[in-house]
Design a protein around this ligand. Structure first.
Ligand SMILES: Nc1ncnc2c1ncn2[C@@H]1O[C@H](COP(=O)(O)OP(=O)(O)OP(=O)(O)O)[C@@H](O)[C@H]1O
Ligand SMILES: [Mg+2]
Length: 166
């Protein structure tokens, strides 16, 4: 079972991933895997980011699906909901807090604005629901919530989905 752990950059996916791993779940830092395994078409100098090769990523996911056949595999990435996954958890954050988090990460003004705007228009939640349908997507508001608590919520959701899949 492949589960996307998605959300606009800064909503806390990787922070919560640490706590989900502590509970014994396998969480893959997908963005890192994409770069390490060169599942990319090239580097966009203007945007200073890698251009993902979705075919290569899907191929890699197929292998992971076989490897983790009857297990729960969680994919930490803001693009994971666009892949061939079974369910998606979308982390949300108030625009004000998101701006603060991204400022603290020293992101450029332009990138902060882009991401805060994406959060304001529910971009990722809409994309995920379009692909997977409403019943396969859950949104969690992370504003003012400790990551441990978010990890607990995620565990409950994942266990519920596990029951549905059987
Ligand atoms: N629940 C939370 N409450 C307060 N601050 C948080 C929370 N989760 C994450 N943060 C802070 O927000 C920042 C971004 O978190 P994190 O790197 O986990 O986001 P991300 O969703 O993985 O982003 P990216 O897509 O860029 O990898 C970090 O500085 C982190 O400490
Ligand atoms: Mg991250």
């Amino acid at each position: 079972m492949l589960i996307a752990l998605t959300g606009v950059p800064g909503t806390g996916k990787s922070t919560v991933a640490k706590f989900i791993r502590k509970k014994g779940y396998k969480v893959i830092a997908l963005n890192r895997v994409i770069v390490r395994r060169k599942l990319v078409k090239g580097f966009d100098k203007k945007r200073k980011s890698w251009v993902v090769d979705s075919k290569k990523v899907e191929n890699h996911l197929r292998k992971l699906r076989n490897k983790y056949e009857n297990k729960i595999l969680i994919l930490d990435s803001h693009i994971s909901h666009l892949l061939n996954v079974d369910f998606a958890i979308v982390l949300r954050c108030s625009p004000e807090e998101l701006e603060k988090r991204l400022k603290a990460k020293r992101w450029t003004k332009r990138k902060i604005r882009e991401n805060v705007e994406a959060e304001m228009i529910d971009l990722i939640a809409i994309e995920a629901e379009e692909r997977l349908g409403r019943k396969r997507v859950v949104e969690i508001d992370t504003t003012g919530k400790p990551p441990e608590k978010i990890a607990e919520e995620i565990e409950k959701i994942v266990q519920k989905w596990k029951g549905v899949q059987k």
